[in-house]
Write a protein that binds this ligand. Structure first.
Ligand code: BDP
Length: 699
């Protein structure tokens, strides 16, 4: 792994190295506590491999290599693989024969310390690899190894990243540079980044990746591009990562020269079969297809009068002989001015439950609209019991500050995973209804992968929660902070910032259940006044419905009745504004500005104070961060300081523009403690950012 160590300075008990962030959480810097380091060295000083272990297996090879790199860095010991015969001390790697230790499943592992010997046992190479990363994490976070006995198995078989990366190197909604996949120089050039990307994914348990955009390009299925994809798959294999591609539904026409892409047409069926066969000759362990169909202009089966199930099934049948799967996205909505966008995916897909082939998974965004700072969980979770479902979350921050705002996403992920759908009685959490989790990736060619150093924590948290949705955000952030910053004195504050920041973003952008108030197209900055786009549901005014009398989207029976899509227990709480959690109030209810909130204040005053609280939260983060100068390497400290400056300016912009706009409708004064917007609403409306990043390319 490449590291750039520019300067070593400061000797306040520990060494702080200049750090460019490339190494992510896999830094493996020497453990400074000599007693602890010696204890680890005694326990891990020798390595023996049980006879069943095949050292030519690529995953075993990757595990051994990581172990050596990690222990060399952390402890300064050179662990030669198979250097010692199986003995009573040191580290032993074991492959469990079938029938032994049934608590360890595929990809799982056991780490067990008894009588001076530490054993890492797994069923397969990937289990050894995940166990290796876990063991290294124990050292990186200073855990005691004596008496340890833990078993880990992934909660879901599919833990997958979705890259919205285009073949021309741009990234849709990407804020960290260009795509890390260089389709021009593949397959010959294997960038070290491909390896380090795979290592980072494996270290948190991610086992699959879709390397192309959901707004797909059929060119990826041309032989030369498939060869490039195969070269990536070859790199990823050693790290237990399966490669998937997005499939453009019209590929049989665009690439195959057919006249139709009708999924029931025999020539189309044959085209997909032949294409799948071809892919598997190049990538024998190819994972399958991710499809966005009949959504935002993407082609799909509806064009031929066929259902989503009929569309998905033709691809599923082509992949089935090879063991591949189709991930079919439920992100659909049309432009009917009378329909509620939040209700449409459910209406389209719930009636199709039971009509998909066994190797189709439905991929559902966490909320019913589109990756907003806060949404209720999608009502589809738990409502399609015969269809395996993947939860889709967005790591790239399209709607949460576009990569420059510090906003830890683990609490957002945790909120949806733990939400109770009540579909099979109390306790039917979203997590319990899933077959896997997909995350829209946030990495790019930025030296530190994610642009803002703290965005690395979102990649980390995604993987950890996809492996174990029972983990808490705090546990995850404690690990990340310990592995990312050397000085233990900063960890608690870093964790607090990560835990609280998402709520700050909600407050200064879309408090109390407001949503989709971002500017048009790029979604950068506030645009609550926008009401003239040709598709009604692209207008922020469609979502907030504010006028002189009140604000909010009535989704109860007196409004769109989208609430009816939830289980009765959910409806009972949310349906009444008095019991609806305040954070979802205006998502489900349209209320007068003087509506009395539970704390006795008016809705307007409460809303205004939330905006101000969000800004104050950012100010708090900036102060805390400034106070840690000297305890954090200067490169990352400066980077975060600069990003926090942007965040504070933009948080104030969101607050001022939103309040000025709502005041222009209701004419109400601001409560004490909330500053007057420095400009009129017309000023905020006049701002324009044609080159805001991450915009969707049009073709
Ligand atoms: C929206 C993005 C758009 C994506 C779309 C999707 O604005 O760029 O193509 O989601 O998920 O959030 O397909």
């Amino acid at each position: 792994m490449r590291t750039t160590v520019l300067v070593i300075f400061c000797c306040l008990g520990w060494t702080i190295r200049a750090e460019d962030g490339y190494r992510l959480w896999l830094r493996y810097d020497r453990i400074q506590d000599v007693t602890l380091r010696d204890a680890y060295a005694r326990q891990l000083g020798t390595l023996s491999l049980s006879p069943g272990i095949d050292t030519t297996d690529v995953q075993v090879g990757a595990a051994l290599k990581e172990l050596r790199t990690g222990l060399d860095g952390l402890l300064g010991i050179d662990l030669a693989p198979a250097s010692a015969p199986p003995g009573n001390t040191g580290l032993q790697l074991t492959l469990l024969p079938s029938g032994r230790d049934s608590s360890v499943g595929e990809e799982g592992y056991r780490i067990h310390n008894a009588d001076g010997r530490l054993t890492l046992a797994a069923r397969d190479g990937s289990g050894l690899l995940y166990g290796t990363f876990h063991l290294l994490r124990l050292l990186q976070t200073g855990q005691v190894l004596e008496g340890i006995d833990l078993v880990e198995n992934p909660a879901y078989d599919l833990r997958i990243l979705n890259h919205w990366d285009n073949l021309d190197g741009t990234v849709e909604r990407g804020y960290a540079g260009f795509s890390i996949f260089n389709w021009h120089t593949l397959p010959e050039v294997i960038d070290q980044r491909y390896v380090d990307y795979a290592r980072a994914c494996a270290s948190v348990g991610i086992n699959a990746t879709v390397v192309t955009n959901v707004n797909a390009n059929s060119l990826i299925f041309r032989k030369d591009y498939l060869r490039k994809a195969a070269a990536l798959a070859d790199v990823f294999r050693a790290y237990g990562i399966k490669l998937y591609l997005t499939a453009r539904f019209s590929s049989p026409v665009e690439l195959g020269g057919l006249e139709t892409a009708d999924p029931l047409d025999p020539a189309v069926i044959a085209w997909w079969r032949a294409k799948a066969d071809e892919i598997y000759t190049l990538i024998p362990d190819f994972g399958g297809f991710l499809v966005k169909a009949n959504s935002e202009g993407q082609p799909g089966p509806n064009e031929y009068g066929r259902s989503h199930a009929e569309g998905a099934n033709v691809l599923a049948d082509a992949l089935a002989p090879h063991g591949g799967t189709v991930m079919w996205r439920a992100f659909v909505y049309d432009s009917d001015p009378d329909a509620d966008r939040a209700a449409q995916a459910y209406e389209e897909f719930v009636p199709l439950d039971g009509k998909f082939r066994d190797n189709v998974l439905l991929q559902v965004k966490n909320g019913p609209i589109d990756f907003q700072p806060r949404e209720p969980f999608s009502p589809i979770f738990g409502a399609v019991p015969q269809t395996p479902v993947l939860l889709e979350v967005q790591l790239t921050k399209e709607y949460l500050g576009q990569g420059t705002h510090l906003s830890g996403l683990a609490p957002l992920f945790e909120e949806v995973l733990r939400a109770d759908t009540y579909r099979a009685g109390a306790g039917t959490t979203v997590a319990s209804t899933l077959s896997g989790i997909a995350g829209v990736a946030n990495v790019g060619t930025a030296r530190n992968w994610t642009g803002h150093p703290f965005n690395q924590a979102d990649w980390y948290a995604f993987g950890r929660l996809a492996w174990d949705p029972g983990l808490s955000s705090r546990e995850i952030y404690e690990e990340w902070a310990a592995m990312t910053f050397s000085d233990p004195g900063v960890h608690a504050t870093v964790v607090e910032m990560l835990l609280r920041s998402r709520e700050f973003v909600v407050d200064y952008m879309t408090p109390l259940g407001l949503h989709h108030l971002m500017a048009t197209g790029h979604h950068y900055g506030p645009g609550p006044w926008v009401d003239d786009l040709h598709r009604p549901e692209w207008n922020p005014a469609y979502y907030h419905r504010a006028d002189s009398a009140g604000i909010g989207f009535d989704r109860t029976a007196s409004g769109s009745n989208a609430l009816a899509q939830y289980a009765p227990e959910v409806r009972a709480t949310i349906g009444d504004p008095r019991t609806c959690p305040p954070e979802l109030l205006l998502w489900f209810h349209h209320l007068p500005w003087d509506y009395e909130m539970p704390d006795g204040t008016t809705l307007w005053n409460s809303l205004a104070r939330r905006y101000e609280a969000g800004v104050a939260g950012v100010r708090w983060m900036a102060e805390e961060w400034a106070g840690m100068a000297g305890s954090i390497d200067p490169v990352r400290h400066r980077e975060v300081t600069q990003y926090l400056r942007i965040q504070l300016r933009e948080a104030e912009w969101w607050r001022d523009a939103s309040l000025a706009y709502f005041q222009s409708l209701n004419g109400l004064p601001l409560p004490v403690g909330v500053p007057e917007p420095p400009h009129s609403v017309d000023y905020y409306k006049s701002l324009d950012y044609p080159y805001a990043p991450g915009i969707r390319p049009r073709w």
